[in-house]
Structures are given as C-alpha cells and as structure tokens.
Ligand binder design. Structure first.
Ligand SMILES: Nc1ncnc2c1ncn2[C@@H]1O[C@H](COP(=O)(O)OP(=O)(O)OP(=O)(O)O)[C@@H](O)[C@H]1O
Length: 630
C-alpha cells in the first residue's frame, strides 16, 4: 500500500528554487549523489566489521548508468539502504530541511555559486536536473521491506512497497528537458572524472574492453601469446590515491606516476614533492609538488586540488593556502576545512589559518632540509625554485624569515651563494668609501655583457637577477640588509657605482672638456642624454651610456602597475665620455665634418653596446663604419 505525504515546507516551495538555483553549478548534483552512495557503502562496511551486518557483503561497487530511452540517470549503491521510516526521517525531514535552510541562506546572495559548488544541497540537488526522482531501496536490516520513494519536484511524495532483491539504494533521476546533457555518456564521464576520481569505493560507469594475454596461453604464428579481448566493468576511480598511503611505502616513481595521474596534460616532471600528514590539531593529508615554474606564473595557478575525504571540492584554493603556495601543484585533503561557509569567512576560520601556516612551515622546512642535505643538488634546482622562493619571501613574513637561510644568489659565473656568504665574498672589493657594500647585478648576461666584463676585470662580482620579481625582491633585500645597496651594473660608470677615495687624474683639461661637450650634444638627443665627462681608465670604453638605478626602478615599477603618482616617467640616460680614452684625446685635433662623424661613431658604439641602436640609426651606423674602413 502506498503512503502519500507532503513534505513540511516551512516558507515557500523550494523545488523551483533548487531548479533555478545556480545554473552553472548544476553538475554538482552528481557528486552529491555519488558521495551519499559512498557514505552508505562505508557505513555498511563499518557495521559489518562491528558484526551488525552478518555474512559476506558481496559486490559493493557503485554503478552509474544512463537509460537514454527512459531518459533516466541512475546512481546505484549496495550500501545500507533505507527503510520506509528512514526515508521519512532522512529524506523527508532532515535532508529536506537541510536543503531548505541552505537555499534560504544563499538565495540571491552574491558569491552563492561558489558556495554551492563547494558545499552542495545534498540529496535534493538531484532536482536541479531531474523532473522526477525515485529512490528504490532495500535496507540492510533483517526482514526489511523494499520501498520506493518518489517525488516530482513538488513537496508531495509517495512511498510504495516494491520488489527489490539487492540491498542498497538506487536513485533514479528522470532528467528534465533542459538538462538532457546529463544523459550523454561523455558528459557524465567527465563529471565522474572531475569529482569522483579518488573516491574510496569503486565506481563503475559502463564497460571497457581490454586486450589481455590469452589465459590458455595459445600462441599466434609468430609464437607470441595470443591477445584476447575481454569486456569488464569500467571502474572510473582510484580508491587508494597516493596521499592516503604511508610515505614509507612509496617510491619516487610512485610520486611521479601520481603526478601524471593528476595532470595527464603536463609534460614536465615535478622537481620534488612534500607529503603532508597531520592528525593534530586538524586532519590534513596531501601531496604537494614543486613544478618547474613557467615564465607565465598565472597559468601555473589553480593546480592544487582540494578534497574532503577524497571527494573533490575545488581547484581554487586561494583562500585556503597563502597565495605564493598556489604556484605548487598537488592535492590537499581535509575534512576540517569548512565547506559550508562563504569564501571570505574561510580566511578567518581558525582551522584554515592553522592549515595555511602549517603548509607554509612544511614547505620552508622541506627546502631547508634539501639545502642542508645536498647543496649541489639544491643549487641545480635553484633556477626553477627561485621565483617561488622570491614570491614567498615577498608575500609571507613567516616564510621570508625561514627562506633567508636558503635563498641563493647566483652570479654571472654561475656560482651560488647564500646572502651571508655573498656579503663576505665581496666585502673587500665592493665596500665604498663610506663603508657601504655595493652589490652589482645584471638582468641579462648578453644585454649587459660589456658592463659585466668591465666590472669583473676590476675584480668586482656581478649577480644575475633575471626573474620577473627582481625589482621587488631587490627592494626587499635592501630593506632587510643593513648598509647594503644594489645597483645594476649598467646604471653608472664603475667609479661612480662603487666610489673609492682614489681619483684618476684627467688627461683633458676643463677647457678641452667644454670644447668637446657641444660636439657630443649635437650628435645625441639632448633631452634624453646628459653628456658628462669622467676620468676613467684607458682600457674602459670611450663613451658609456648608463641609466641611473633609481630612474630604471621607477620605470620598472610603473610597468608593473605601481608608482603612478609620477605620471609617465621620461626615459633618461647618462652619456659619459671617458676623459682618459685615447680616442677622445684624438678627437680634439680632428677638424670639420670628420670630427663630427667620429663623435657620432663613438656615440653610436655606446648605443650599440646598450642594445639601443635600431632601425635607421643602425643602418646609418653600418654605412658610416664601412666608409671609415676606407
Ligand atoms: N544512497 C543512500 N543510501 C542510504 N542513505 C542515504 C543515501 N542517500 C542519502 N541518504 C540518507 O539521507 C540523508 C540526507 O542526505 P543528504 O545528501 O541530503 O545529506 P547528507 O549526506 O547527510 O549531508 P551533505 O549535505 O553532506 O550531503 C543522509 O544523511 C543519509 O542518511
């Protein structure tokens, strides 16, 4: 005999609301229903261990199936099932009021889409895609009568006794006209792969055909064992993903294989991994991988997947881990991350804070131990790690504190130093007359080649800073290190960069300098280049073009979107003539057109070594050079 009833609706009919709700996240209904099936199966296993369910449990796989003709999608489990009383209690009352409360709370609220995607309505999310839902179920309890609960998306429902032999629940969704996409194998397969890939109970979707060695051992003409095709249920998930296993039982190859399982489209292998395993004060497991950092760091983000008891929740974890950690890849699984709260609340949640700082600490500790255990190997990985470490140093004070001990500086010879080691290395040569340590750096070995070789000839060392975060990172180093300044090697002449007490005498008198100055001012743009003389050594270039450090930093900041208060910053360079160079002294005695030509040639050579000679100016320079050969 059928029971009819009406679900006790408190406020308004929530079914139309559920349907309308959050269009883009309709797909999560499948995760909700499969999770329920998994829970029910897990409960059965617990009861069996406790002796409350007798005998063999049989096949406990969950099956997802599509019946296109009947327009149904079914999730079938062999878990504990429900009695009529259970249906009344759990489906009509508890689940319903839960869903009702949920909808009431978030309806029309901004950001609700994200919340529902992470949390879900539970069983009633089936009504986002179905016009009618049936639960055909037989409880594990002895002597239970199989029943079918049915509702067509109004608060009315019926419960009818049915004939069902196997234990568990079958949720049959009669897919609505506007959701027919969920009757497509490919769509369901994609969803299962996204949300259910690592669920702890085997989930079967369709069949797969595989070729295996003939069990009878029959051979083909070439004497090889014959291959025969077998069709078997297609299990879509890995029930024991790597992160739930003990690190001691895993090899390096296992970690790499799991990385490929997580990111089938990735070509690169990860550099190394960290296995997270925390029981107290919160539960957290996971594996984080350090990828090779790509030029474009943005594409790197959103690769960490967040799970709650092996159920996929989201791959945008910004609020849960500090931003620099989002450069990492991998999996975090924690039932302690509250999923039923708004995104902004997550940040202030105590557990989330603890989790974030725990992960930060773990990552820093791992880097420190790699540094301690095998410095050479750490150096070999540094180029790939540095953007990550710099990013962390810039954005997270706790990390910065720890990272200071393993942050490496690389010089143009490819040697690596910690900051302390480096200070010691350059102290003798690069301390200026005021006792300040001047660190020289280049951002490209090629572009600043001449400047680097001049500096090394002087006995100075030049660091190579070529990451996109360089300007910020240098500013950070300058603010933490006392009495140390950083100057790019082409930002001034060497004597100005590291000022010593000794001054070279000048081969040119002041009058001679005054005579030559307008000559150079004529051949370059006066607005952009400030012509000045300096007594350098004869071996240095006759003319050097430099861009003052502060000027370049302003421009870099502007390019990165900061420093707008100065408006568009003009490009300004110093055009420094080496008063001691023979070519300059020789210029004095030259006459007329030839004098100007040589001055132009010298100016162009300086431009050329800064990579500033382009287009027509370059063509003219080449022609003039050919003429000068004659
Ligand atoms: N396949 C199933 N087999 C047995 N019981 C089920 C099944 N699906 C749902 N239930 C029962 O219905 C209840 C409500 O399910 P619902 O999905 O709405 O909420 P929930 O699973 O308790 O919580 P959540 O909001 O996390 O999904 C469950 O707690 C469970 O008792």
């Amino acid at each position: 005999m059928a029971t009819k009833g009406t679900i006790n609706v408190q406020t308004e009919n929530i079914f139309p609301l559920i349907k309308r709700f959050l269009y883009s996240d309709h797909e999560i209904f499948l995760r909700e229903l499969v999770s329920n099936a998994v829970d029910s199966t897990s409960k059965l296993k617990v009861l069996s261990v406790a002796g409350e369910v007798k005998g063999d449990l049989g096949d406990t796989r969950i099956e997802i199936s599509i019946d296109k003709a009947a327009k149904t999608l079914t999730v079938k489990d062999r878990g504990i099932g429900l009695t009529e009383d259970d249906l009344e209690k759990y489906i009509n009352q508890i689940a319903f009021s839960g869903a009702e409360e949920f909808v009431k709370k978030y309806e029309g609220k901004e950001g609700a889409e994200q919340i529902i995607g992470h949390f879900g309505l539970g069983f009633y999310s089936a009504f986002m895609v179905a016009e009618k839902v049936q639960i055909k179920t037989l409880s594990y309890k002895e002597g239970a009568q199989a029943v079918m609960w049915e509702s067509d998306g109004t608060p009315e429902y019926t419960i009818t006794p049915i004939d069902k032999k196997d234990r568990g629940a079958e949720i049959v969704m009669h897919i609505a006209e506007d959701s027919l996409e969920f009757l497509e194998e490919a769509r369901i397969s994609t969803l299962l792969n996204k949300y259910c890939k690592f669920l702890p109970v085997e989930i079967v979707f369709g069949e797969k055909t595989e070729k295996i060695d003939d069990p009878k051992g029959e051979k083909d003409e070439e004497g090889k064992v014959k291959q025969i095709e077998v069709t078997e249920p297609n299990v879509i998930n890995n029930t024991k993903p790597l992160w739930v296993k003990a690190p001691a039982d895993l090899t390096e190859e296992d970690y790499k294989a799991f990385y490929r399982e997580l990111y089938p489209a990735s070509f690169d292998e990860p550099l190394f991994h960290i296995h997270l395993n925390v029981d107290y004060p919160f539960h957290l497991t996971g594996v984080l991988y350090f990828p090779k950092i790509q030029e474009n760091v943005e594409i790197q983000k959103n690769k960490i997947q967040l799970y709650s008891n092996q159920v996929f929740i989201t791959d945008s974890v910004e609020q849960i881990v500090p931003e620099f950690l989002t450069l990492l890849h991998g999996v975090i699984d924690s039932p302690d991350i509250p999923l039923n709260v708004s995104r902004s609340y997550l940040q202030s949640d105590g557990n989330v804070k603890k989790i974030a700082s725990h992960i930060t600490k773990k990552v820093a500790d791992k880097l420190q131990s790699m540094f301690n255990e095998d410095r050479k190997d750490f150096e070999a990985k540094w180029d790939d790690l540095k953007v990550f470490v710099e990013y962390g140093t810039l954005t997270d004070d706790k990390f910065a504190e720890k990272a200071a001990k393993f942050t490496l500086l690389k010089n143009t010879n490819g040697e690596y130093f910690t900051v302390e080691e480096y200070k010691e290395k350059i102290a003798a040569a690069q301390t200026d007359k005021d006792g300040k340590l001047v660190v020289l750096y280049a951002n490209s070995k090629d572009a600043q080649h001449q400047f680097i070789s001049n500096a090394t000839e002087r006995g100075y060392d030049v660091l190579l800073f070529d990451s996109p975060l360089t300007p910020h990172f240098i500013a950070k180093l300058e603010s933490t290190l006392e009495n140390v300044s950083f100057s790019r090697v082409d930002s001034d002449t060497l004597d100005k960069l590291i000022q010593k007490d000794v001054e070279l005498p000048s081969k040119l008198s002041d009058e001679e300098k005054e005579k030559l100055k307008p000559l150079f001012e004529e051949v370059v743009n006066k607005e952009k280049f400030t012509v000045q003389f300096e007594n350098m050594s004869e071996t240095e270039a006759p003319v050097i073009i430099t861009q003052p450090e502060f000027m370049r930093r302003m421009q870099e900041q502007q390019r990165m979107g900061g420093g707008g208060m100065f408006g568009a910053f003009p490009e300004m360079f110093n055009f420094t003539v080496n008063a001691n160079h023979p070519a300059i002294t020789a210029l004095l005695s030259k006459k007329g057109a030839n004098k100007k030509k040589v001055a132009k040639q010298l100016a162009d050579l300086a431009m050329l070594s800064q990579g500033m000679l382009k287009g027509e100016a370059l063509s003219k320079f080449i022609n003039r050079s050919v003429e000068l050969i004659d």
